[in-house]
Design a protein around this ligand. Structure first.
Ligand code: TXA
Ligand code: MG
Length: 310
């Protein structure tokens, strides 16, 4: 059976909170990507969520909270973490902090780690669902593990419609790539994943294949079925071309353009939807070079993992 896809209203949000209280799975819009939410304190619900995504249980989930109060019941915030939460929440920023003694998020959701990833989303629908539910919700991106993250409710319906209980349709996600993840386990924060929160001031930790710092941070991910070639300045015939910036070549060779004006914010918002569109019709996709600045760091990171073959 396919899940109902509903517009957010007071009534459907109350229904979503009810489904969540009953241990169900609800896809919700956030400002980054759609998340697949469930009660973070309910191990059975969390087990269903891992199964629905086909996600390895060693890969912990982000707990979404209504604000710093709820976050501090789950994790211990040092000075740096408090400052970051004050400047980045609500928003596309996830903080990894040591687990608090008072935590309620279940062990399975944390993959048994002594740390926890926390985020207060800014999307009004996510915020209303969290307030209606009244506790932490774990919400990984609402895609089958390893596949492209959803930035529209229709993406969730197509990929996960039969495996979730309810989808709230909040329209296209404004940002389009997942949150920045900062580890606040040491005095100085470090970057585990690039996103729309500007983390240029912090060092990106070298990820070790054997012992990844963000367990989901290394594997092939965001994978289309097509083969992907990156940093391709000119399209070759037969390839779909995902352009970036002004193109003056023959129009027919450019399949889609992430941003004709070369705007990285627009490109991030278009990235996953355009990859999905090209993946439907082409076996090979070539992608134009994307500058390594601002949101370009997040875009290049997602593209590199989408292109990885193993
Ligand atoms: O924007 C986002 O963050 C979206 C929306 C729905 O909020 N969520 C999201 O969740 O991207 P997910 O599960 O697809 O990615 C969570 C990442 C994984 O790479 C996971 O390994 C990492 O966070 N993570 C979770 N807990 C962690 C921890 N305690 N230490 C290090 N990394 C952690
Ligand atoms: Mg994901």
């Amino acid at each position: 059976m396919t899940a109902p896809m509903l517009s957010p209203t007071d009534e459907t949000i109350a229904r979503a909170a009810e489904v969540l209280r009953g241990g169900g799975l609800v896809a919700i819009p956030t400002e980054t990507v759609y998340g697949l939410a469930c009660d973070a304190t309910n191990p059975e619900a969390v087990a269903r969520l891992y199964t629905a995504k086909g996600r390895p249980r060693i890969n912990p989930l982000i707990a979404h909270v209504t604000g710093l109060d709820m976050a501090q019941a789950e994790g211990r915030f040092n000075q740096a973490a408090s400052t970051l939460a004050a400047s980045g929440w609500p928003g596309p920023l996830t903080l990894v902090v040591p687990l608090a003694e008072t935590h309620s998020v279940c062990e399975l959701a944390r993959a048994g780690l002594g740390s926890i990833a926390l985020r207060q989303p800014a999307h009004p629908v996510a915020a209303r669902v969290l307030a209606g539910f009244g506790g932490p919700l774990v919400a990984p991106s609402a895609n089958p593990s390893g596949k492209i993250s959803p930035t529209r409710a229709e993406h969730v319906l197509a990929d996960m419609g039969a495996r979730v209980d309810l989808i709230l349709d909040g329209g296209p996600c404004e940002i389009g790539v997942e949150s920045t993840i900062l580890s606040c386990l040491e005095e100085t924060p470090s970057v585990l994943r690039h996103g729309a929160f500007d983390a240029a001031a912090f060092v990106a930790l070298e990820q070790d294949e054997a012992r990844p710092l963000a367990p989901g941070g290394l594997s092939r991910h965001y994978a289309p079925n097509a083969t992907l070639r990156l940093n391709v300045p000119e399209p070759i015939s037969g390839d779909a071309y995902l352009a970036f910036g002004p193109t003056d070549g023959p129009k027919g060779r450019v399949s889609l353009n992430l941003s004709e004006t070369g705007d990285l914010i627009e490109a991030a918002a278009n990235l996953f939807d355009m990859l999905r569109q090209l993946d439907r019709s082409y076996a090979r996709i070539a992608v134009a070079p994307i500058p390594m600045t601002g949101l370009g760091l997040a875009i290049n990171d997602r593209l590199a993992r989408a292109a990885k073959r193993d």
